[in-house]
Design a protein around this ligand. Structure first.
Ligand code: NAD
Length: 258
């Protein structure tokens, strides 16, 4: 029974873009997703972005603003809040997320492993110093960008200065870049130590995050998947719950609290 599995506690949740869909952030590949408007072969990697920056800087500015806008305005949905409550009452050990929207932390979760970074955090391109900006600071940066849509200089100003003198870029993993090693190691360790892996809103098309469920399965960890659609994980998941994260997770929380 799914309830018995979950009641054993030590749950680790692996979350993807579907987790935040009910917070108003489209999944990249879903309807209305950003890859419908911007070709990922160009906009999701440094060479493509750099080339576009040289020939059409306004397109890069549009992309940055479009990418940030929903994330800046999003709030945790009932699914995020249920995971925070599950951590608070001791059932959930940690969250491993592919999301870059900061919503798990905003919801109150303390152990959040961000495999693909965080859009609110900037990282120095020389000394790797990191700095998190708040919504107000980012909104100001973006509005300056929008006002200067055709200026290459405006983009360089979006890359905030670091105390070492170089500039900082959003601390997110683009296509072709490596995942942060420490986070990935920690993710594997969390899976080794868990009783159950909960998969929420991830299609499993992005690697190496998509290896994690197989790693759990090999170690005999039960897998519970929550997704409105079946995915490549559904076949080997022990339980597939068809539904939205914001509806199913509060029900699980309720069951756990009984
Ligand atoms: P994906 O876009 O490939 O798949 C999303 C999955 O979520 C699909 O299987 C879909 O059926 C499911 N889904 C849609 N609505 C849902 C809901 N309400 N509840 C539960 N599931 C729902 O996403 P992915 O597997 O996470 O990989 C895409 C990459 O895009 C990741 O690397 C991630 O970093 C990035 N991304 C992040 C955000 C974000 O930070 N919010 C948003 C879009 C994409």
């Amino acid at each position: 029974m799914i309830k018995d599995i979950l009641l054993k506690g030590k749950i680790v949740a692996l979350t993807g873009a579907g987790m935040s869909e009910e917070s108003g952030i489209s999944t990249f590949r879903g309807k209305g997703g950003i890859w419908e408007r911007y070709n990922p072969a160009i906009y999701a990697n440094i060479p493509g972005l750099s080339f576009t920056f040289i020939i059409r800087p306004h397109k890069v500015i549009d992309f940055i603003v479009d990418f940030y806008e929903p994330i800046l305005n999003a709030e945790p949905n009932p699914g995020h809040l249920a995971l925070a409550k599950l951590e608070e009452n001791g059932a959930l050990n940690s969250i491993i997320t592919q999301n870059v929207d900061d919503l798990h932390t905003k919801a109150g979760n303390k152990v959040v492993i961000e495999l693909h970074g965080n859009m609110f955090r900037f990282r120095c391109m020389r000394c790797s110093n990191k700095r998190k900006l708040d919504k107000k600071e980012l909104t100001e940066l973006l509005s300056k960008l929008e006002k200067n849509r055709n200026s290459r200089l405006a983009i360089t100003k979006f890359f905030v200065p670091c105390k070492c003198g170089r500039r900082m870029r959003p601390d997110v993993v683009l296509f072709g870049e490596s995942l942060p090693e420490a986070e990935l190691k920690l993710a594997y360790k969390e899976i080794e130590n868990c009783n159950t892996l909960l998969l929420v809103g991830t299609s499993g098309v992005v690697y190496p995050a998509a290896y994690l469920p197989a790693y759990a399965k090999e170690r005999g960890k039960p897998i519970v998947e929550i997704n409105p659609e079946r995915t490549k994980f559904s076949e080997f998941a022990d339980y597939f719950i068809a539904g939205k994260a914001g509806e199913v997770l509060p029900q699980i929380l309720q069951e756990y609290s009984l």
